[in-house]
Write a protein that binds this ligand. Sequence first.
Ligand code: NAD
Ligand code: UDP
Length: 314
Amino acid sequence: MSRRRILVSGGSGFLGSHLCERLLKDGHEVVCLDNFFTGSRTNVEHLLDDHRFELMRHDVTVPLTLEVDEVYHLACPASPIHYQRNPVRTIRTAVEGTLNMLDLSREVKSRILIASTSEVYGDPIEHPQRESYWGNVNPIGPRACYDEGKRCAEALAVSYARQHGVEVRIVRIFNTYGPRMHENDGRVVSNFAVQALRNEPITVYGQGQQTRSFCYVSDLIEGFVRLMASPHGVDPVNLGNPHETTVLELAEMIKRLARSKSEIIRAPLPTDDPTRRKPDISRAQALLNGWAPRVSLEEGIAATVEDFRRRLGL
Ligand code: NAD
Ligand code: UDP
C-alpha cells in the first residue's frame, strides 16, 4: 500500500486517537488536528515520538489549507453532555467545520470521510435502521444542535460531491466504546464503568429499557479504513455492531465484569432520548469485503473496564 499523508480532524479524541494509531501502523503520515475541546494531548502522547506524526492545535471552524492525500473528518463533540453545553458552538463545528474540511478537500483533491452518526435517525420508527431511512428527528429539541448539525454535514458532503466532484465517504457511526474513553465523557459505557469501579451507584436513566447496539472501537476503525479505500461513492454507510442490548442489561454486565458492589439506581430519562437503536449493516458488509464486527460485547466491555481500572489506579 502506498504511503499517504492523512489528516485526521478530531484526532486526539477517543475515536480519532485510535484511527491515528492505525494509520501510522499502516505506514502513513498523519496530521492530527484538534482544538482539545473534548480530546486531549494524552490520548496521542504515545505517538508524538513518531516522525510521521504531527499534532496541530486548530479549530475546524477556522478555514485551513494543507497538502494531504486523504481527510478523516471527526472533529465534533460526541457526548450529549458536551454537545449540549454550548449548542451554538456544536452547530458551528458540525456545519462550518465540515464546510472548511470539504473546501480543503476540494482544493487539494483529497478524498474525505465524514463522521456522521446514527443520531441522524433520531428516535427511529423503523427498526433496525437502514441507510434508506430518513429518520425521526426533533429539529428544536436539546439534541437538535448535534442531530441537525450532522444532517446538515451530510447534506454539505453530498452537495460537494455532486457539484464539485469531491470524493466523499459518509459513515453513520453507531454507539462505539473502548479503551481511552474519557472518565468524564458522559456517555453510558464510561459512566457505568467508572461508577462500577468506584463502587458508586450506577445511574440508569429512565427504566433502562431503551436499547443501543454497542460496537468495539477496533471494529469501527477497520470499517473506516475499508470505506476510505473502497470505490463506493457518496451514499452513507452504517457502521456499528447489530447486537442490541437494553441499558439495564448493560449496567448489569458492567457491574459483573467490574466485580462491583454498586447498586443500580434510576435517574431521570433525558428529553428526546431515543427509545431503540440498532444498525442494519448489510450495506457495509456488501461493500467492504465482508466487514463485520468481531469483538463481542462481553469481550469489549471487559477490556474497557480493565483500561479504566488501570487509568483510574483502582
Ligand atoms: P470525542 O469527543 O472523544 O472526539 C471529538 C474530538 O473532536 C475531540 O478530540 C475534540 O477535542 C475535537 N473537536 C471538537 N470540536 C472541535 C473543533 N471545533 N475543532 C477541532 N477539533 C474539535 O468523540 P468521539 O467519540 O471520538 O467522536 C468522534 C466523531 O465520531 C465525532 O464526529 C462524533 O460525532 C462521531 N461519532 C461518534 C460516535 C461514538 O459512539 N463514539 C457515534 C456517532 C458519531
Ligand atoms: N444513559 C444512562 N446512564 C448514564 C448515561 C447514559 O442510562 O449514565 C443512557 C442514555 O439515556 C441513553 C443510553 O444510555 O439511553 C446511551 O446514552 P449515550 O449518552 O451513551 O449515547 P446516545 O444517547 O447518544 O446514544
